[in-house]
Design a protein around this ligand. Structure first.
Ligand SMILES: CC(C)(COP(=O)(O)OP(=O)(O)OC[C@H]1O[C@@H](n2cnc3c(N)ncnc32)[C@H](O)[C@@H]1OP(=O)(O)O)[C@@H](O)C(=O)NCCC(=O)NCCS
Length: 156
């Protein structure tokens, strides 16, 4: 298993990774939410995992209920949204993203989710969109002008 639940000692590295890939406001928002989950406060069915490589935290991922604005892309009864997926830049390209998606899909299927939606901003076109397609996601549209939406049906 490369996915583990975050602990307080992961927060600094998670913050560094988020600040590298996104803006400080977004990074702070997620660090706060992750901290809340550690403290047992779960909102909007949001759950996070750290991604580990050789027992070190090198990435962060999370899921949440689908936002109303992507309901138009939902096709099944129990959808879930991949909220974030970021690796430390030094650990990209090692297969960790693929293992993360495979482990997440297993967890999601065990919890009876049937499709995954992803919103991904144009700024991640080169760093992530090809990866999502490789992992079986299909680009199904755009929202907010600069956000591509990807979808994957989970088969049992
Ligand atoms: C997206 C990300 C999580 C993928 O993880 P990764 O560990 O680098 O990817 P992997 O090594 O597991 O790659 C799995 C497969 O996808 C392919 N792939 C990875 N990134 C790709 C890309 N940008 N375009 C096309 N294919 C890609 C790999 O070649 C590999 O193919 P293979 O199975 O035939 O060898 C990681 O690169 C990352 O953190 N990117 C920057 C942050 C980001 O953009 N996050 C998404 C925001 S929405």
């Amino acid at each position: 298993m490369i996915l583990q639940k975050p602990t307080i000692s992961d927060l600094t590295i998670i913050e560094d990774i988020l600040k590298y890939w996104t803006d400080p406001e977004e990074a702070n928002k997620y660090v706060t939410r992750i901290q809340k989950e550690i403290e047992g406060l779960i909102e909007f069915n949001t759950h996070f995992w750290v991604i580990q490589n050789k027992h070190k935290t090198v990435g962060i991922t999370g899921i949440s209920n689908t936002l109303p604005k992507i309901q138009q892309f939902v096709t099944l009864q129990n959808p879930i949204e991949l909220k974030l997926l970021y690796l430390d830049k030094k650990t990209r390209g090692l297969g960790l993203g693929k293992l993360t998606i495979l482990e997440l899909e297993k967890i999601l299927k065990e919890n009876n989710y049937d499709e995954i939606l992803i919103r991904s901003a144009v700024r991640y076109k080169d760093t992530a969109w090809g990866f999502y397609e490789k992992m079986g996601f299909t680009q199904v549209g755009f929202i907010d002008q600069d956000m591509a939406v990807f979808r994957k049906i989970l088969t049992k």
